[in-house]
Design a protein around this ligand. Structure first.
Ligand code: WTA
Length: 660
């Protein structure tokens, strides 16, 4: 972000206090902050008892004795799926709709809490029949269809661990995730609907486990696309056949609070994605708490819609676990916003009378570009709370969102959090906070955030620094799957202070984001400070894409940067040196097309570079480090910055001359 725009963000003077009517029936209250400030750990214990059903109540709230490996509610026992299903039915809410589902092709389905509970019971029996038990890993590679919800909850119900892989990832990406977690089962579909067509999923699964050494024993296949699939007898089973062949009843057994719930892979600064591990009791407490208070949920009357795919953390926490733990009614949509017409989302809001809507700034900006005449054709008057997640939302988009989608009245909550934090960490509370465009504002009650300078001291507002979480929180990641050293190195080494005589160690979680505090104490997020890009709210690693490029036989070297992009926040731009014996084999355009396809195969279409520049040299320091900052200047069409530390100062001149 340029200095200029930070300045204007920090001098944002518009304020939107809650209306009296909204505040009068708001779920959140100021008292939450007071209680949490008085006794942070006790506050979470109270929330957990209030929001969840514990088969065995906990007596211990936080065990931080083995920091940074936290244990929350460790001697308590619960069943996550029971909390999301059975208890609502037992409380007399079985006829409440858990979700309405819309397929992109116009198919629809609705599940009440009773129906969803029944489906999950059968699916749990299928998993047990296929030999899955507590602690086993199950990969899920599905579109946004009801079976994705059912599969995740069924895995949770038997104490197993799901690893959901976004359906847009390639066979290669799926393979590395299956192998890293040693998954025993994959649940997939024949295909799903996207942009008016069926896209296949099963071939990627077949490819991912074809090497003969895979730990996968069975593949469960949901019929959705009705497309042809290859079949391996014995290994592959149809979901509907299996569900019909098992008993309907299944009693949920309680598991300890720290029983692993899921692994979700996310990009870090190195080439290999990290398997972020979340467990049960603390995670469910914080997702339920935030879903209720940040979105002002009134479960009897609200219809909630989060547009995230279940393959991302937002889908885990705010499509599956938060809303279902709270007994909410929601909408689930399979497809893209613009199919079959650019008003599809607004049409769905009108059709289901959606009242709470949660999406990403990249979507809002692309709707802004199309213009207000599209949403204006629909009745959006049911909306009363809007949310934003995934990247900073610029004030212009914030105001447009409020005016055009929210009728000029709805509160907007800009929610900052990460795959690692499990749940929302920084956000306004509607009905309580006076809103400020462009700022995520304040930590939620019970969360302690600081903005530190490089030297580890707190910066005085209005100053910029690095965002840290200074105290453990219930939904924090419990580790990186199979790699405790990397967990400590990545998140806890930069600002933690080791124990010394008479002094306990101080553990501070480094989030990898830059942030500013303004004079009101509100937090303005500035984006990643490491080699992680944010493209349309999706996290991508520059090194992972570089590795994919270099794995192609024609490539000698590659450097990838995230260049500012009006629509997607950042876009992938690559600089590639072709091997000298290959340089004449194709034109730069052909090579670039070939390599864009290659990245799609290696990682997935989300990582496909917007542009690939074929260059003769890359700018390097004398110690051989690529200076991405200079490449970013080129990619963003700026004057090239200071080149004096380059080993060969003429390199940038050559690159920029060639690109002109
Ligand atoms: C960015 C998504 C500014 C941030 C839930 C973070 C945000 C990364 C916001 C995590 C926000 C997320 N304002 N930046 N409201 N929300 N981010 O793991 O850089 O996919 O570190 O989790 O997204 O991305 P992840």
């Amino acid at each position: 972000m340029s200095t200029n725009s930070i300045d204007s963000l920090l001098h944002e003077t518009r304020r939107f206090p809650p209306s009296e009517a909204f505040a009068a029936s708001a779920v959140a209250t100021n008292e939450l902050y007071e209680k949490a400030a008085a006794d942070r750990v006790g506050f979470w214990a109270d929330q957990s008892r209030e929001l969840l059903h514990w088969h065995t109540p906990f007596t211990q709230t936080l065990d931080w004795s083995n920091a940074p490996f936290a244990r929350w509610f460790a001697d308590g026992e619960l069943n996550v799926a029971y909390n999301c299903l059975d208890r609502h039915v037992l409380a007399g809410n079985g006829d409440r709709v858990a979700f309405h589902w819309e397929g992109e092709n116009g198919d629809t389905a609705s599940y009440t809490y009773s129906e969803l509970t029944a489906a999950v019971k059968r699916a749990a029996n299928v998993l047990t029949k296929l030999g899955i038990g507590q602690g086993d890993r199950v990969a899920i590679y599905l579109p946004v269809i009801p079976e994705a919800v059912i599969a995740m909850l069924a895995v949770a119900r038997i104490g197993a661990v799901h690893s959901v892989v976004f359906g847009g990832f390639s066979a290669e990406s799926l393979r590395s995730r299956i192998d890293d977690a040693s998954a025993k089962l994959v649940i997939t579909a024949d295909g799903g609907w996207r942009k008016g067509k069926v896209f296949p999923l099963k071939p990627a699964v077949d490819g991912a486990i074809a090497n003969g050494t895979s730990t996968i024993e069975h593949v469960l296949v949901v019929r959705r696309g009705e497309n042809e699939v290859d079949w391996t007898d014995g290994r592959d089973r149809w979901w509907h056949d299996e569900l019909a062949s098992v008993p309907a009843e299944h009693e949920a057994q309680a598991f300890e609070a720290e029983n692993p719930l899921f692994i979700l892979y996310t990009s870090g600064t190195t080439g290999k994605p990290k398997g972020i591990l979340h467990t049960s009791g603390g995670y469910l407490t914080q997702v339920a708490f935030t879903h209720k208070n940040v979105f002002d949920l009134h479960p009897e009357t609200d219809v909630y819609w989060c547009t995230a795919d279940v393959g991302w953390v937002t889908g885990h926490s705010y499509v599956i676990y938060g809303p279902l733990a709270n007994g909410a009614t929601q909408l689930l949509y399979e497809g893209t916003p613009d199919t079959p017409h650019p008003g599809r989302w607004w049409e769905l809001i009108q059709k289901y009378r959606v009242s709470i809507f949660y999406t990403a700034p990249t979507a809002i900006r692309s709707f802004m570009k199309i213009g207000r005449q599209v949403p204006n054709q629909f009745d959006l008057s049911s909306l009363r709370v809007l949310g934003s997640v995934g990247e900073p939302i610029n004030p212009e988009a914030w105001i447009w969102y409020r005016d055009v989608i929210g009728g000029g009245e709805t509160p907007i909550v800009d929610t900052w959090w990460q795959t690692e934090t499990g749940a929302i960490m920084i956000s306004a509370l509607p009905g309580v906070t006076s809103l400020k465009p462009g700022s995520a504002q304040v930590p939620i009650p019970g969360v302690k955030i600081d903005i530190l300078g490089e030297d580890g001291t707190r910066v005085d507002p209005p100053r910029g620094g690095l965002l840290v979480v200074s105290e453990p929180w219930p939904s924090m990641l419990r580790g990186i799957w199979g790699d405790p050293d990397r967990f400590i190195e990545t998140y806890w080494s930069k600002f933690s202070v080791p124990a010394s005589e008479g002094q306990d160690a101080v553990w501070k979680y480094f989030a990898g984001d830059g942030a500013h505090v303004d004079t009101d104490g509100d937090i303005v997020l500035l984006g990643r400070v490491d080699d992680v890009m944010n493209v349309s709210g999706h996290r991508l690693s520059t090194q992972e894409i570089e590795s994919a490029l270099v794995s192609h036989p024609i490539v000698a070297e590659a450097a990838v940067v995230g260049a500012a992009d009006e629509a997607t926040g950042q876009a992938v731009v690559a600089f590639v040196i072709i091997k000298s014996n290959q340089a004449d084999a194709q034109t730069a355009d052909e090579a670039s097309a070939l390599l864009r396809r290659h990245v799609t195969e290696q990682i997935g279409a989300i990582a496909r570079p917007r542009q690939i520049f074929i260059v003769a040299e890359l700018p390097k320091t004398r110690s051989g480090k690529i200076m991405r900052r200079l490449l970013q200047d080129v990619a963003e069409g700026r004057e090239i910055g200071d080149t004096t530390t380059l080993a060969d100062t003429s390199v940038m001149q050559i690159i920029s001359d060639k690109l002109k």
